[in-house]
Each structure stands twice: as structure tokens, then as C-alpha cells.
Design a binder for this molecule. Structure first.
Ligand SMILES: [Zn+2]
Length: 348
């Protein structure tokens, strides 16, 4: 993130907070969402999410709905979608009544800057924000944690997170479940690898703390937050700054297939990264998926999220059950590696 853009974010958060004092909360302009897409001032993740929720069968979303008109119920998904960029929930005020009130952003910004410039702040004992952007949790953005990391390892960590989130969505892992008590592993990675006695949160904290910092919000819906985080990791995996995927132009737009490389944020050109992550929200309509076609990866990201929506709607569990195939196969397919896959790099 460039400093100028980060400062702009803070200024706009302040401006938005000012507006919130004087008007309805639904009157959102811009604010945190620039961060959700790593730097541009467009709520891209949220817009992709709205499109996927609608196409996936969530019926209370009108065709012309956009981010600015989102209801508190939809904000529960957004709070999950933004979590990967704001894992300590520092961009929001915590309140019993509202789930969409922005904070000043200064805590988020200072932690981000600290993590960027100071090894300790992005290390395992540092800030969750630093770890997720520059350290060992970069997989939360479908990125490799270091240059040279084998793609199969990145994928294992990504799928570990997908499993944790999906099983939280389905209620298999309730919100009071301790992080350290979740017995899942993939390719030798488990949650204790990332959350131990020296990290924040520690493993004895529960999933509600992990995803909401124990929010006071009365209508918090853990399954929506978990689905949002799952959508974030999926959507990022179709962004050019995050991965390189097999490209197929036979449908008139670029359909992205198997993953050829997971990129690593450290050492990447920041401006280019943000450039590839963004599109103009007013140029798309959530009920018209073709309107996303000009933006590389956007349509494929929505379609992948719709596949997950269908699993959720049909009550599909993560693992195979009663002869019915589990969601794991769909997620494995979304993160399929190409035969010519290469280790993590910091190109774009
Ligand atoms: Zn991300």
C-alpha cells in the first residue's frame, strides 16, 4: 500500500464517520472497502460477493442492489469478506446495534505500517494484520508466504482455511469452539501451526473471537462472517496480483482455470498489485454477470463463489456423507493446480 493511498483511506473514514453522525448509516460512500481490495477505493470484494450471493440464491437482494444500499444482514457477509484484510476488526467500531460503523482507521494503519517496516510486527508473534499481509498468513489472500514456497503447500494452507470457514458456515464448528480444539489438518498443516501460546489469538480463544474479536453486535451471524472470509480467499485467488491461472478465452472473456503460480506480496510492485485488484463498481450490475466480463478474474471469482453458495444452500457437509460427495471436492477443484505449476514468486 502506498502511504498516500493509506492516508486517503483514513481521511475518508473520518469523512464517513462525520456523515454517519448526521445521516442514516446506510448512506455509505467509501471507506474500508478500498483496503478490502488492497488499495483501490472501490468495494470490489463486496460487489463480487453481492453478485455471488444473488446468483447463488439469496433471494432478498434486488437486481440493482449495490454496496451502498446493503442491509445489516448483508453487512454480516461483508464483515467476513473484510476480515481477511482486517483480521483484528480495527476498521470498525464495535457496537451492539450496528455492524457497519467505521473506526478512524488509525490503529489499522499504524499496525499495517509497523508490519511493513518491522520484521517483529509481521512475525508470528506480531500483529495478525501484519502476518496476513506480509507474513505467514498470506494464504488468507491466496498468496504464498515466501518466494519459492511450493504451490502445493500454499494450496494446503488455503484449503485448511476453506475447511475451517466452510465447517463454521455449516455449523459443524460452532462459534464457541476453541481454535485449538478444531482438529483439522491438511498436508501437515493444522491450526496449532498458526495459533499457539505466543500468538494473538491464542489457541484457547474461540472462533467467535477469531472472526469478530468478541463483537458485542447483537445480530452477529458467524456463518455469514465465515462465508465472507471464504469468499475473500476464493476471490483473491482469481486476482492477477495474487495468482497466475490458466486462461481460456473461448467464451469471449477470460475464464480462469487451474493455478499455475501463487504470488507473494513481499517484494511485489504495490501499485501494480492494486491496479489488478480493482474495477469500477458503477460499471457493473450484480444481476448481470456479463457486466463483470471486462475485468479479468471477476466473472470466474463470482462463479466459484456461486458454487460454494450452492453447496451451502443444499446443506452439503465438508466431507462425504451418506454417499453424498462433500464440499471438499469443489474447493479442491477451485484451487486445482496446473500440471506446470511453479513455486511462489513476487511477479505479477
Ligand atoms: Zn485479500
Amino acid at each position: 500500500m502506498s502511504k498516500a493511498i493509506a492516508l486517503k483511506i483514513i481521511a475518508e473514514n473520518k469523512e464517513k464517520a462525520e456523515r454517519q453522525k448526521n445521516g442514516p448509516v446506510a448512506d455509505f460512500a467509501i471507506g474500508f472497502h478500498n483496503i478490502a481490495v488492497h488499495l483501490e477505493l472501490e468495494p470490489v470484494h463486496e460487489t463480487l460477493t453481492l453478485a455471488a450471493l444473488r446468483a447463488g440464491g439469496l433471494t432478498d437482494i434486488p437486481p440493482n442492489m449495490n454496496y451502498y444500499a446493503a442491509t445489516p444482514g448483508l453487512w454480516e457477509f461483508f464483515r467476513g469478506v473484510t476480515w481477511n484484510d482486517d483480521p483484528q476488526c480495527a476498521l470498525f467500531k464495535d457496537s451492539r446495534e450496528y455492524n457497519d460503523e467505521l473506526s478512524s482507521g488509525t490503529v489499522w494503519f499504524s499496525q499495517f505500517e509497523a508490519a511493513k517496516h518491522n520484521e517483529a510486527s509481521r512475525s508470528k508473534t506480531g500483529y495478525l494484520l501484519g502476518r496476513s499481509h506480509f507474513g505467514d498468513l498470506q494464504f488468507l489472500h491466496s498468496m504464498s508466504s515466501s518466494v519459492g514456497e511450493p504451490a502445493v503447500e500454499t494450496r494446503d494452507k488455503v484449503l485448511l482455511w476453506c475447511e475451517l470457514m466452510y465447517r463454521t458456515v455449516t455449523g459443524e464448528f460452532p462459534e464457541h469452539c476453541q481454535i485449538g480444539g478444531v482438529e483439522i489438518s491438511r498436508g501437515g498443516f493444522d491450526l496449532l501451526r498458526f495459533f499457539d501460546r505466543d500468538t494473538d489469538p491464542r489457541p484457547e480463544r474461540n472462533l467467535k473471537f477469531l472472526l469478530t474479536r468478541d463483537t458485542e453486535y447483537q445480530k452477529m451471524q458467524i456463518e455469514r462472517r465465515a462465508l465472507g472470509s471464504l469468499f475473500h480467499i476464493i476471490q483473491d485467488s482469481y486476482a492477477k496480483g495474487h495468482t497466475r491461472r490458466v486462461e481460456d478465452y473461448s467464451s469471449g472473456y477470460v475464464k480462469l482455470g487451474a493455478i499455475r503460480t501463487f504470488h507473494c506480496y513481499t517484494g511485489q510492485d504495490e501499485e501494480q498489485h492494486s491496479h489488478y485488484d480493482s474495477f469500477k463498481v458503477e460499471d457493473v450490475q450484480i444481476s448481470n454477470l456479463d457486466s463483470f466480463n471486462p475485468y479479468p478474474g471477476a466473472r470466474s471469482a463470482i462463479e466459484a463463489c456461486v458454487r460454494v453458495m450452492e453447496l451451502w444452500r443444499n446443506g452439503v457437509m465438508w466431507n462425504d456423507k451418506d454417499g453424498k460427495p462433500g464440499a471438499v471436492h469443489v474447493l479442491e477443484d477451485i484451487f486445482k493446480l496446473a500440471p506446470d505449476v511453479t513455486p511462489g514468486d513476487n511477479t505479477i
